[in-house]
Design a protein around this ligand. Structure first.
Ligand SMILES: Nc1nc2ncc(COP(=O)(O)OP(=O)(O)O)nc2c(=O)[nH]1
Length: 279
């Protein structure tokens, strides 16, 4: 069972896990349209595995601000061929979806994780998560992709994100989900200003202290663009810096587009951070 393999890995591995992004969408903010055909997506998935990805996150609906919603049928049409093909790559798969029907189908196919950017808030996705045997990524988002960046406001962003993540995790456990199946994600860029994102980055140790693996996604996001002034295609360096800052503050799974560069950055970081073995 892929889920057990993934949970075992994130419990035992001394280094952060690298999650490679496979967007089977025409409009993802960072790579929309590049991998929209099943074969292109599978070729990309294989490349990311070759580059060192520990997990692949397959998504069929863009969550960028203002993105149009995708129907259940269309999302299934996009992701199923890729999931079925990527299962043969021998790495745990995650599916990035907010639809219960998609969760149920891919759980049956044996994917390792369900990644819900809306944090399994809805009764149908909550039930699908509980009934699956998958690992679960509970992410915080204020509002919905279509409107979330209009005017995000918090009295205390860290406290509100922490409260939501803990509430959802505890609700899932109360419904019978084993604690080790759950990881948490503050949702960088999902209804957050740059200041909110930086507050969350600074506050990661408090989220890590909740006792669940932290998954973070800053790769190529607008917060990197705001800090560097660079367009999406030139945000690799900034993304690596933010990723390492998050790892230094407790992130255990990093969701990235640039897998090879991330693997290299983590190797150097680990060599510096780990006590030098002298070999
Ligand atoms: N758990 C989690 N899932 C996510 N899914 C999508 C995106 C957005 O990035 P991307 O998939 O590259 O863009 P798009 O949503 O436009 O496809 N970010 C996250 C994230 O930070 N955490």
């Amino acid at each position: 069972m892929q889920a057990q393999q993934l949970i075992q890995t994130w419990q035992t591995l001394s280094r952060p896990l690298v999650m490679g992004v496979v967007n089977v969408t025409p409009d993802s903010f960072s790579d929309g349209g590049q991998f929209f055909s099943p074969q292109a997506a599978l070729d990309h998935a294989a490349k990311l595995v070759g580059d060192g990805a520990d997990i692949l996150d397959i998504g069929g609906e863009s969550s960028r601000p203002g993105a149009p919603a995708v129907s259940e049928a269309e999302e299934l049409r996009r992701v199923l061929p890729v999931v079925e093909g990527a299962l043969k790559l021998g790495k745990p798969l995650s599916v990035d979806t907010t639809k219960a029907a998609v969760m149920r189908v891919v759980s049956e196919l044996g994917v390792a994780m369900l990644n819900d950017i809306s944090g399994f808030q809805h009764p149908d996705t909550f039930a699908a998560a509980v009934e699956s045997q998958c690992a679960l990524c509970v992410m915080h988002m204020q509002g919905a992709p279509q409107t979330m960046q209009a005017d995000p406001r918090y009295s205390d962003v860290l406290a509100e994100v922490e409260g939501f993540l803990l509430q959802q995790a505890q609700a899932l456990e109360a419904a019978g989900v084993a604690r080790e199946r759950i990881c948490l994600d503050p949702g960088f860029g999902f209804g957050k200003t740059l200041a909110h994102n930086l507050d969350l980055l600074h506050g990661l140790p408090r989220l890590a202290a909740l006792g669940y693996p932290l998954l973070i996604g800053v790769s190529r996001k607008s917060m990197i663009g705001q800090l560097t002034g660079k367009p999406v295609a030139q945000r690799e360096a900034g993304s690596l810096a933010a990723m390492l800052a998050a790892v230094a503050r407790g992130a255990r799974i990093v969701r990235v587009h640039d897998v090879a560069a991330t693997v290299d950055a983590l190797k150097v970081w680990a060599a510096i951070e780990e006590p030098f073995s002298g070999t």
